[in-house]
Design a protein around this ligand. Structure first.
Ligand code: ATP
Length: 259
């Protein structure tokens, strides 16, 4: 919580200073100075190819920055590994991978609880050892409305329920900062409203940074929005502010790669 430079407690859960990433000379992200206020829901939006996913990968340390620094609660995490960053409380919502798909909902959440308790992700060896976590796992499944499908394999869930399971597994890690990568992507409209409500509820008491293409979800959830275009911050503000900015409108009308 202490800024290593100033020694003061940071108001920002996540901050980047001059963050950049280039791939073979191409700047996917350039000089991004992001400030995500503690306890807020903050969106990163922009046309296709704007650099949103690259930013997320930099924040979770999946990618190594070419330039700049990343602070988590004022602490410089630029040189830490993904697992260290997760231990410090910054967690990206799990994509339900092939490995997790054959597990039931309950097992998926237990695995995440085990990781939180320091057991790592070596679940193929230790499912028996974590059976004591069932009660907590059931609580989390109830919280996201999946208690009745606790014993159903993830692969059999509807798209919306898979995203709810992702949120339950993320909540199992009790992150102080939750990164959500396009949580409503590919969803039918019937799933969007419940998942939006779930995110609103999951955000209580934490900071959420969300990449989301659905702008009505962004406007309903996020108090602050950073707009990226061509790897750079184009604009930042409330939804009303950014949506009425001429540069943002122009980027969305034709500046993206395929929007
Ligand atoms: N590993 C890579 N190697 C080369 N170029 C890359 C790599 N990853 C991303 N890029 C390029 O960097 C730019 C930003 O990509 P990124 O995926 O971050 O954009 P995005 O805003 O998440 O887009 P979308 O909304 O389509 O997911 C794009 O032009 C992309 O082609």
């Amino acid at each position: 919580m202490i800024d290593t430079q100033s020694g003061s407690k940071s108001d920002f859960a996540v901050e980047t200073r001059g963050l950049g990433k280039s791939f073979g000379g191409f700047d996917a992200v350039r000089d991004v100075n992001l400030k995500v206020r503690r306890g807020s829901v903050h969106a990163l939006i922009g046309p296709n190819g704007a650099g949103k996913t690259t930013c997320f990968n930099l924040l979770t340390k999946t990618l190594i920055p070419t330039t700049g620094r990343i602070l988590l609660h004022g602490k410089d995490i630029s040189s830490l590994r993904t697992s260290d960053v997760a231990q410090l409380g910054l967690v990206r919502s799990f994509q339900i991978s092939a490995t997790f798909l054959h597990l039931t909902c309950l097992e998926n959440v237990r695995v995440a609880l085990q990781a939180k308790n320091g057991g790592g992700y070596r679940f193929w060896r230790s499912l028996r050892a974590i059976s004591g976590l069932n009660a907590r796992a059931m609580e989390l499944l109830e919280r996201v409305g999946l208690a009745d499908v606790a014993d159903v394999r993830a692969t059999e869930l509807s798209y919306g329920k898979k995203r709810a399971l992702e949120i339950a597994t993320t909540l199992a890690l009790d992150p102080s900062v939750m990164l959500l990568d396009e949580p409503t992507a590919g969803m039918g409209h019937e799933d969007i409203e419940p998942v939006t409500e779930l995110i609103r509820e999951a955000a209580v008491g934490r900071t959420v940074l969300i990449v989301e293409h659905n702008l009505s979800v962004v406007s309903s959830l996020c108090e602050r929005i950073t707009v990226l275009n061509h790897g750079e911050v184009l604009n930042e503000g409330s939804y009303a502010e950014v949506s009425s900015n001429a540069d943002v409108v122009s980027a969305y009308m034709g500046g993206g790669e395929d929007d």
